[in-house]
Unconditional design. Structure first.
Length: 113
């Protein structure tokens, strides 16, 4: 199983990004997919998860500006982030949970003030 995150970059505060994570290996449709992030010097934290049938869950601090979605036909999970703040600067990771948890390489989001 491979997970490839993309869509990160440098963005000004107030801007938006849509991160993508494409999965290969045949498990996507039955997996709960998640987005996590790790800021410099901090522990990795949950952003949001989405089940195979589309039920979403957000960390309390992420509610409102973050939207997770998935396209099972494309084996891809998305994270829309609006009104970006400098404190959103982090490496964003996706994972897939289907009995076993798989992690992909992250994509760096840098928000300038």
């Amino acid at each position: 199983v491979q997970l490839q995150a993309s869509g990160g970059g440098l963005v000004q505060a107030g801007g938006s990004l849509r991160l993508s994570c494409q999965a290969s290996g045949g498990i996507f449709s039955r997996s709960t997919m998640g987005w996590y992030r790790q800021a410099p010097g901090k522990q990795r934290e949950l952003v949001a998860t989405i089940t195979s049938d589309g039920n979403t869950n957000y960390a309390d601090s992420m509610k409102g500006r973050f939207t997770i979605s998935r396209d099972n036909a494309k084996n891809t999970v998305y994270l829309q982030v609006n009104s970006l703040k400098p404190e959103d600067t982090a490496v964003y990771y996706c994972n897939a949970k289907s009995g076993i948890i798989f992690w992909g390489r992250g994509t760096l989001v840098t928000v300038s003030s």
